[in-house]
Design a protein around this ligand. Structure first.
Ligand SMILES: [Zn+2]
Length: 119
């Protein structure tokens, strides 16, 4: 894995999912599980979610981080289209729409309850 260079030519996507969001998986082997978004990759259009799509990874012993070595579990990236945002306002799986405020900042708005999701 190390040293593998991905030639990222794709434009970063406008992500509807952000780090710290709670999402529900809508397809695949972790279907209907929920978790917190750990990382977001706008160029790949993918996210990692806590305890979702977990892959086992062998790690070498490391004096500080991991003296034992062995197998650790890390969440692998999943496509952002495979998850759905859980609205923090109405607690339902929802779609978001982007909304610009007076200062030109883009906020996300819940389609279900109409509330702004970000602040
Ligand atoms: Zn809502």
């Amino acid at each position: 894995m190390l040293g593998k260079k991905s030639s990222v030519s794709a434009k970063p996507m406008k992500m509807k999912i952000r780090k710290g969001d709670t999402v529900r998986v809508i397809t695949g082997r972790d279907k209907s599980k929920e978790g917190e978004v750990l990382t977001v990759s706008p160029t790949k259009g993918k996210v990692t979610v806590h305890q979702i799509n977990v892959a086992k990874k062998a790690v070498r012993p490391h004096p500080q981080k991991n003296p034992q070595g062995g197998i650790i579990e890390v969440p692998a990236m999943i496509d952002v289209s495979n998850v759905q945002l859980i609205c923090p306002r109405c607690s339902k799986p929802t779609h978001v729409v982007f909304k610009k405020d007076a200062e030109g900042r883009t906020s996300r708005k819940c389609k279900k309850c109409g509330e702004l999701i970000d602040g």
